[in-house]
Design a protein around this ligand. Structure first.
Ligand SMILES: C[S@@+](CC[C@H](N)C(=O)[O-])C[C@H]1O[C@@H](n2cnc3c(N)ncnc32)[C@H](O)[C@@H]1O
Length: 384
């Protein structure tokens, strides 16, 4: 029975990508809100969402949602929820919280009250007075927004951008979830050439190769709810077995990543190898000025330096001008650049066809999109 309400949390601007992804994965009753997408599912869908979703930060279970303007009503409403359905007698449960535009604005007090209410409910369920909390982790969140409390349990653990392939990173790496969403928002598909000419530790190129090869992003990591009685290892094992079978080892895709920094390229190569896609990507040490566009209808997607460091601005302005000149050499290509620089289009020499506000960590950025023409019908369709 699909009677669990599942929440995929989103960083600002990625909700539509997550909604489409939930549709592709066959989840039911999907609804997008600011910062999250909800859908119905069962235990197997929780595992599927964790292993297969490329764009969310976390997969949560919605245990309850209600109005709360007093601590008493918060306590009673949380106590009324069926905590025993999820948390066993030895479960370790921590409560985190946030409060936005709400009467109950003291987050530590809300957390303490929620913890007390859960303890009281579980005491009745298990007929004990004390919990040792020596078992699996259950991180409960109380999130207040406009006096509505949403109570969740985190099934993911370490955030979903931690795929397990990037042990080290150079300066200012993109989160893997954001890199995957930038690809999803572009014209790039596996039959088109992809180029990241300032690839750093290779995140965009590696995420593209994982999509092309149909490698589930969460295949090589563990999740909090694998330790839970109710979800557990067997369900994850079944989803992983299917995910391994779904990998397309013979995919024919062309991905280039280059960077001026040899250390970054070395790291990108190591990361690609860990992700199992090193044979899909050509990484090269190359300054931007020497980059040329090979083939037609390719996509250039990049996260360049933003010019925010002291002394960097003039260099970055020149870099953006150079990028614009390179992309002007072949009008069939599409270009996608994420940057916080407000006059980027002026330097690039072209007005973007679309701009989307995104957050790269805490930095407010725009994702500039310059569309090339659609390839003629039948073009390169035989490549895969
Ligand atoms: C913000 S970082 C990219 C991070 C990358 N997206 C990642 O996830 O690791 C910008 C990159 O631009 C590279 N870069 C700066 N100037 C360059 C130039 N003239 N030619 C090529 N790459 C350059 C830097 O070495 C750096 O790796």
């Amino acid at each position: 029975m699909k009677n669990i309400r599942i929440i995929a949390t989103s960083t600002f601007g990625l909700e539509s990508c997550i909604k489409r992804e939930a549709q592709r994965l066959g989840f039911e009753n999907i609804k997008a809100f600011d910062g999250k997408v909800e859908f119905d599912g069962d235990e197997s869908d929780i595992a599927k969402a964790n292993i297969w979703m490329r764009f969310p930060s976390k997969i949560l279970i919605k245990v309850g949602e209600f109005k709360a303007v007093t601590f008493d009503s918060l306590f009673e409403s949380v106590k009324a929820l069926n905590w025993g359905d999820w948390i066993p007698v030895d479960g370790k449960f921590t409560v985190i919280g946030k409060s936005v535009k709400s009467t109950l604005h003291s987050v530590p007090d809300c957390q303490a009250i929620v913890k007390k209410a859960v303890v009281e409910k579980l005491k009745i369920k298990y007929n004990v007075d004390w919990f040792d909390e020596t078992g699996a982790d259950y991180t409960i969140q109380v999130a207040l927004l406009n006096d509505i409390a949403t109570i969740t349990i985190d099934t993911t653990g370490a955030s979903l951008h931690k795929r397990g392939y990037r042990q080290n990173a150079m300066d200012a790496p993109l989160k893997e979830t954001l890199a995957a969403a930038m690809l999803d928002l572009s014209y790039w598909r596996k039959n088109r050439i992809l180029l990241d000419p300032m690839c750093g530790s290779g995140t965009i190129a590696i995420e593209a190769a994982m999509i092309a090869r149909n490698i589930a992003p969460g295949l090589n990591r563990s999740f909090a709810c694998e330790q839970w009685q109710r979800v557990g290892k067997d369900i994850f094992k079944a989803i992983r077995v299917e995910a391994y079978k779904a990998i397309d080892y013979n995919v024919n895709t062309i991905i280039y990543g280059s960077d001026i920094d040899p250390d970054a390229i070395e790291l990108a190569k190591q990361n690609a190898e860990k992700a199992g896609v090193d044979d899909c990507i050509t990484f090269e040490v190359k300054p931007l000025k020497d980059v040329t566009l090979m083939g037609d209808y390719g996509c250039m997607i990049t996260n360049p330096p933003y010019g925010e460091r002291i002394g960097e601005l003039k260099i970055v302005e020149e870099l953006y001008k150079t990028l614009g000149k390179i992309m002007a050499t072949n009008q069939t290509w599409s270009s996608y650049v994420i940057t916080s620089m407000e006059y980027f289009e002026k330097l690039f020499g072209k007005k973007a066809d679309a701009k989307r506000k995104l957050f790269n960590g805490r930095i407010k950025t725009d994702y500039y999109q310059f569309y090339g023409p659609r390839p003629p019908k039948g073009w390169n369709e035989d490549i895969n």
